[in-house]
Design a protein around this ligand. Structure first.
Ligand SMILES: [Fe+2]
Length: 281
């Protein structure tokens, strides 16, 4: 139905001739859902839409998460999280400033983790701030069989706290209470395609539950190197008008730093799974 252009050998597709602001519905949304599951990451270029349209479009794919960092939410639309280094009236309007942000799955620390994110470029620096994505289904498929056998059925500890210590600012006590460490399967089943994906990330995964600490650290180091090999990674160079929707059940991502003298504002919605496709997974 929609023409597409592949973004990398492994995954990702640009959807051509599509405007989110046209409020697509019905068959159009069914087609986008299929493409999203197939390609894991969809790029919509040359978009011009406001926050209401961003929320309206995102809602076609599931309920939207209100992020725990309420200080960085859009004043008009709390379903939108600002990712930005911009300061207004002495405070940052968004999260994650201008530094490098390490590999992570959005909201992997929730009991029912998000299955998707949609990120829209509002204000971009002239260079830097690229976002890399890793195809965690391909990374799982390519693992040696004995490693898969060893990992099947194992749980890993996911920590938002660890991520904040490395890349962000601390949460307050109320936010901490809403985002405690949690255990999830290392190999998760994708809720739509049924494919397995490695469900861990350097930014938030701290240990394999119940393993000897050294064995756990060695395995995680191996898996972090493995999943970020070039053949599993697509690097996105943002252009004005870009919107990227990724599958948060089978891709992780990271961000390059950029020059702090330039402003950058990205607007993100976070898509939750329907109840019948949430945990356990
Ligand atoms: Fe993220």
């Amino acid at each position: 139905m929609y023409a597409t252009r592949p973004l990398s050998v492994s995954f990702g597709a640009e959807i051509l001739d599509f405007q989110l602001s046209d409020a697509p519905a019905g068959e159009d949304i069914i087609a986008i859902r299929k493409l999203w599951a197939e390609h894991k990451l969809l790029l919509f270029r040359n978009q011009s839409f406001d926050e209401a349209a961003l929320v309206g479009f995102s809602r076609k794919f599931g309920d939207l998460e209100i992020h725990v960092r309420e200080e960085y939410l859009s004043p008009e639309h709390p379903e939108i999280l600002y990712v930005s280094n911009i300061e207004r009236d002495g405070r940052h309007i968004g999260i994650l400033s201008d530094n490098e942000v390490g590999w992570h799955y959005d909201q992997i620390y929730l009991p029912k983790p998000a299955v998707g994110s949609l990120l829209m470029a509002d204000t971009l620096p002239p260079e830097g701030g690229n976002t890399e994505f890793a195809d965690m289904c391909a990374a799982w498929d390519a693992l040696p069989e004995q490693t898969k056998t060893k990992l099947n059925g194992c749980l890993a500890n996911q920590s938002y706290e660890a991520f904040n210590q490395a890349y962000s600012v601390p949460t307050n006590n109320k936010q901490k209470a809403r985002s405690p460490d949690i255990h999830h399967p290392i190999a998760r089943i994708h809720p739509v395609t049924g494919r397995k994906a490695l469900y861990l990330c350097p930014g938030m995964t701290t240990e394999i539950v119940g393993w000897d600490p050294q064995e756990s650290a060695d395995m995680l180091e191996f898996l972090f190197d493995w999943t970020t090999r070039p053949e599993f990674v697509y690097s996105h160079h943002w252009q004005p008008g870009d919107a990227v929707m990724w599958d948060n059940a089978c891709t992780m991502h990271r961000r390059d730093p950029f020059d702090p003298r330039h402003e950058r504002l990205m607007k993100r919605t976070t898509i939750l799974p329907p109840p019948h496709r949430a945990a356990p997974f």
